[in-house]
Design a protein around this ligand. Structure first.
Ligand SMILES: Nc1ncnc2c1ncn2[C@@H]1O[C@H](COP(=O)(O)OP(=O)(O)OP(=O)(O)O)[C@@H](O)[C@H]1O
Ligand SMILES: [Mg+2]
Length: 253
C-alpha cells in the first residue's frame, strides 16, 4: 500500500490525507503533553481510548443534530473525519471553577458557577494560547458575528449533551474545550465540532469520591492516566470487553 501523505503532526494526533477528497484520517498517539508541552510522556493505550471516546461523543452529537466532523472510526487508533478549516480558537465551557479560572479569579476549584461560562482562547502555542474576547475575534476577523452566534450555540449544546451523559454515569463535567471547523458545501459554509472530545480536553470528576478522571491526573501526577480514562470508557459502556493495555508483538526466532 502506498504511504499516506502526512498533513500535520500535533502533540496528540497525526493527520493524514483521507481516501476521498475533503476527508482526513486522524491518528491518535499515546503522547501526553501539558503546560504547553513543557511536560511530556508516552501513556500506553491513551490513543486507543481517546479514539473510542471521541467517536462515542461525536456520534452522539451527530445523532442529536449537533454537526461534527466525524465520519467513522477506521481502526483502534484512527478515525475518518471531514477536512475543515479550523477556526483558530479554543472554545472553553465551564460549569464548575477549576484550573486557570480558579487561579485568575481566586475561586476555589469545584465551586459551581452561577451559569455555564464560555471563554475563547487564541490557538497559538508560541503565545501560550492567550485568552481573547469577542472584540479581538471580530477585530482580527477570525470569525464573523454570525459565526460567533453559531459557535456559542454549538458550545452550549455540546455542554448540555456531555453534562447529561456524564451525570448518568456518576461523573461531573467540570469544563471542556472544543475546536470548531468550517466546511464549505458549494456556496454555503457551515460550522461543525472538530478535533476531538476526550478526557484530554475535558475535566471529569467522579461525583461521589471527587476522583479526577481526566488529563489533570497527568498534569498533577495523581496516578495512572490510562486507568482514569478506562474508568470513563467502562462507565459509558465504550470498549467494555477489550483490554486497553496492548501487549507488544514478541519477536520469534
Ligand atoms: N476536521 C479537521 N480538519 C482539519 N484539521 C483538524 C480537524 N480536526 C482537528 N484538526 C486539527 O488537527 C490538529 C490535531 O492535532 P493535535 O491535537 O495533536 O494538535 P495539537 O498539538 O494540540 O496542536 P494545535 O495547537 O494545532 O491544536 C489540530 O491542529 C487541530 O486543530
Ligand atoms: Mg490538540
Amino acid at each position: 500500500m502506498a504511504r499516506r501523505k502526512k498533513i500535520y503532526e500535533g502533540k496528540a494526533k497525526i493527520l493524514y490525507e483521507g481516501p476521498e477528497p475533503g476527508t482526513i484520517v486522524q491518528y491518535f498517539k499515546d503522547d501526553a503533553t501539558a503546560f504547553n508541552a513543557q511536560k511530556k510522556d508516552v501513556i500506553d493505550g491513551k490513543g486507543v481510548l481517546n479514539n473510542r471516546l471521541s467517536e462515542y461523543f461525536m456520534t452522539g452529537l451527530n445523532q442529536i443534530g449537533v454537526p461534527t466532523h466525524f465520519i467513522r472510526r477506521l481502526n483502534m487508533r484512527e478515525q475518518l473525519v471531514r477536512a475543515c478549516e479550523i477556526i483558530p480558537l479554543e472554545v472553553v465551557v465551564r460549569n464548575y471553577a477549576a484550573g486557570s479560572l480558579s487561579k485568575r479569579l481566586g475561586i476555589e476549584e469545584g465551586q459551581q458557577l452561577p451559569r455555564p461560562i464560555v471563554e475563547y482562547y487564541f490557538k497559538d502555542d508560541k503565545l501560550g494560547d492567550p485568552m481573547v474576547t469577542e472584540e479581538h475575534i471580530a477585530a482580527f476577523g477570525w470569525a464573523s458575528q454570525q459565526d460567533m452566534d453559531d459557535i456559542l450555540s454549538l458550545a452550549l449544546r455540546v455542554n448540555d449533551f456531555l453534562s447529561g451523559l456524564m451525570l448518568g454515569v456518576g461523573i461531573r463535567l467540570i469544563d471542556f474545550k472544543i475546536e470548531i471547523g468550517r466546511i464549505y458545501d458549494g456556496d454555503f459554509q457551515r460550522l461543525v465540532v472538530a478535533d476531538e472530545i476526550s478526557p484530554d480536553s475535558c475535566r471529569l470528576w467522579d461525583i461521589s469520591s471527587g476522583r479526577k478522571l481526566d488529563k489533570d491526573v497527568f498534569r498533577r501526577d495523581l496516578g495512572n492516566l490510562t486507568d482514569a480514562y478506562s474508568e470513563v470508557a467502562r462507565r459509558l459502556g465504550v470498549m467494555p470487553n477489550e483490554p486497553t493495555q496492548m501487549t507488544k508483538p514478541k519477536l520469534i526466532n
